[in-house]
Design a binder for this molecule. Structure first.
Ligand SMILES: [Zn+2]
Length: 681
């Protein structure tokens, strides 16, 4: 089989597996088998850049960062929907629809009411859950995904197609689709991915996203598509834009066609006649929606028939044939029992409410956020109060307000602590925020170490929160490097630690020495430096020496590093003991080289003899030769029988002719860049 056929076979196998997994929810390949196919494809595409395809499944891992989003006009404006929370409004909408349709004598000879017994039998209204995400208009041309525009102002949006291509449940290539197919829909994050993202951010000392919609919007705003790839976004279709050949005469027909193309459509959908049926379906859906596993904030109602939709038309901002029913935020009263001040990794103290258990939005809730002391004072929330708790798309419930009518006079005010509940040192209050600035505060050290040992960082199995607390309390570990000073003997001195588990823990800690720079950096709790930023750093710096030699300006030049992140990182390294932390780790034999440096040592071009000729698009000749050597290639000046590759740019001349006559493989700069860019993991 030739290479091109092999590549296309792999691409279609992977697409089938994606479809089976994400659309049919019936996986046909195990994870390992899937990863094998994908990595085989990555290898082939790297070797044969001439078969590049922007819609290959390999783009799912994210491509190179963009400089900016290109703005573009929507071929058909992207309108939003009118909203209502109110049953009367809903009835009025049904009435209006009935009047408009009834005014067309050829369709309905007399005006009808859509209510109760007088429902117009042939006016079907389709109901679908309203997913709470970010709206986007996708465009496939000749079956290939070419464009993904945000709503923007409805007339122009930003092209986020690179980000959208990383969404795994979205087919990038369609077979048998119309020449032009625009599908409008919602990009969103499901509950599990959102919870995971916020947990990761919390441990990294990064600000949390208030809800999944904000997290999705934030992710899509990143110019680096690998951020989107990492965050497991999903897509669901909820409408059509320009379509060259109609998919059907109604939305429900078109939905089926979209589904057949492998485009995910919006969960449960029902057809109703009239407002009373709609209201009961909305009620039923309200009961169901917390079991869906993704955020919804209402129900979309639309006239199913396209001809009737056209007849109803649009206002300047919204279609007349659709309306969104929005659910009110869910609230419930409960008793506030206590407030705990928790010390985070960065030393911030946050108030957490403990409440009498209450059933709210599908789960039993016992804890809620109180934000900060200013909020508490402003709302006059007291311990013992009956409070209103709310979950409005947020995973973490919030205390909304005390119910003053229920006060007995026995309530106690919540007082901001003056000393740290962990170390007893005086606290610092800056505006609404309260900090413990004691660098050896045990609570902070515990938080930091537990994060450092975590699965995405040093991955030390057996070192959980409890054991970390024991180690810190016993004074055995005060710094990251102290972990490698532990021995079996001292561990066995701790309560409930047997020799066997002590031995395996020491082994796990020993092995964690080799995790590499990116994981170490993401584990140190550097302000604003989480998993993604740490990986970016490791992609640009070979080891901690290079990192320490860099300036804040160098950091600012990195993708997705703003001025503040760059400054904070530089200060952490040079003013806040970061340099010592790193050199202590290095002294304990922890590998602080980047995976990039390691992969250079793996020397993916080790068997290649390469000649560089002509003018390359971006790299100078010397630069290209240096990079080839980094990758382990032998670089020579003239083409011979031993030459394996000719890296040719423009005006390649006689070397190209000679290489061709000898059957030497001719490659371009993209081939070299692909070798440099691809992470070795
Ligand atoms: Zn403290």
């Amino acid at each position: 089989m030739d290479v091109e056929a092999k590549i296309s076979e792999l691409r279609s196998k992977i697409r089938e597996a994606d479809h089976a997994y994400y659309v049919d929810a019936n996986p046909v390949l195990g994870d390992a088998a899937y990863d094998r196919l994908l990595s085989e494809l990555v290898d082939l595409e790297r070797q044969y850049p001439e078969f590049f395809d922007p819609n290959s499944p390999t783009v799912r891992v994210g491509g190179a960062p963009l400089d900016a989003f290109a703005s573009q006009a929507h071929e058909r404006p992207m309108l939003s929907l009118d909203n209502t929370y109110d049953h009367d409004d809903l009835q009025e909408w049904f009435d209006r629809v009935a009047r408009s349709i009834g005014s067309e004598p050829s369709v309905h000879p007399e005006p009808h009411s859509l209510f109760g017994d007088q429902a117009v039998p042939d006016v079907l209204v389709a109901l679908e859950p309203k997913v709470d995400g970010v709206a986007v208009s996708l465009r496939w041309e000749r079956g290939k995904l070419v464009l993904a525009l945000t709503r923007g102002d409805g007339v122009r949006g930003d092209d986020i197609v690179q980000q959208v291509r990383t969404i795994r449940n979205l087919p990038l290539v369609l077979s048998s689709a119309p020449e032009v197919l625009e599908v409008r829909g919602e990009i969103f994050m499901d509950d599990a991915s959102f919870a995971h993202l916020n947990a990761t951010r919390e441990s990294a000392g990064l600000p949390l996203f208030a809800n999944a919609r904000n997290a999705t919007a934030g992710t899509l705003k990143s110019l680096d598509p690998s951020v989107a790839a990492e965050r497991q976004l999903r897509f669901v279709a909820h409408g059509l834009g320009v379509v060259s050949t109609e998919l059907g005469s109604s939305w429900s027909d078109s939905r089926c066609r979209l589904e057949a193309f492998g485009i995910p459509v919006n969960g449960p959908s029902v057809l109703v006649r009239g407002a009373s049926e709609a209201v009961s379906e909305i009620g039923r859906f309200d009961q169901l929606r917390h079991t869906l596993g993704y955020p919804t904030d209402g129900v979309v109602l639309r006239i199913d028939d396209f001809a009737l939709q056209d007849q109803l038309g649009l206002t300047s901002r919204a279609p007349r044939w659709a309306i969104a029913w929005k659910f009110a935020a869910e609230q419930a009263p409960t008793r506030l029992l206590d407030v705990e001040w928790q010390v985070g990794k960065g030393g911030t103290l946050t108030p957490r409410a403990t409440m009498a258990p209450v059933f709210l939005a599908g789960t039993t809730v016992q804890h809620a956020s109180l934000h900060n002391i200013e909020e508490i004072e402003r709302k006059d929330i007291r311990i013992g109060d009956t409070v209103l708790v709310e979950k409005a798309g947020e995973i973490i419930p919030q205390v909304v307000q005390p119910i003053l009518a229920e006060r007995t006079g026995l309530e106690r005010p919540i007082v901001a602590p003056e000393v740290c509940p962990s170390c007893g040192q005086p606290l610092v209050r800056v505006g609404p925020k309260i900090y413990c600035i004691n660098p050896s505060c045990p609570a902070q050290i515990r938080e930091k170490l537990a994060w450092f040992a975590g699965r995405d960082q040093m991955d030390i199995s057996g070192l959980g929160d409890k054991l970390v607390a024991q180690l810190v309390d016993a004074g055995l570990v005060n710094t990251f490097a102290d972990l490698w000073r532990l021995d079996v003997q001292s561990l066995m001195g701790l309560e409930k630690v047997a020799e066997k588990s002590a031995t395996s823990l020491i082994e796990a800690i020993d092995q964690a020495r080799g995790q590499g720079l990116a994981r170490v950096l993401s584990g140190l709790g550097i302000p604003q430096v989480g998993v993604v930023a740490a990986r970016t750093l490791a992609e640009h710096f070979d080891d901690h020496h290079q990192l320490l030699a860099a300036s804040a300006v160098d950091f600012e030049a990195l993708p997705d590093f703003g001025e503040i992140t760059a400054q904070l990182l530089w200060r952490w390294l040079h003013k806040q003991g970061g340099e010592t932390v790193l050199s202590d780790l290095a002294e304990m034999g922890v590998d602080l080289r980047s995976v990039r440096a390691e992969s250079s040592q793996l020397q993916s071009l080790a068997d290649c003899v390469v000649v560089v000729t002509g003018t390359l698009p971006t790299l100078g000749r010397k630069d290209a030769e240096a990079r080839l050597r980094e990758l382990g290639a032998t670089v020579t000046g003239s083409v011979s029988a031993k030459t394996t590759h000719l890296l040719a740019g423009e005006k390649a001349g006689s070397k190209l002719t000679k290489a061709q006559s000898l059957g030497v493989q001719v490659v371009n700069e993209a081939w070299l860049l692909a070798h440099l860019d691809t992470p070795s993991e």
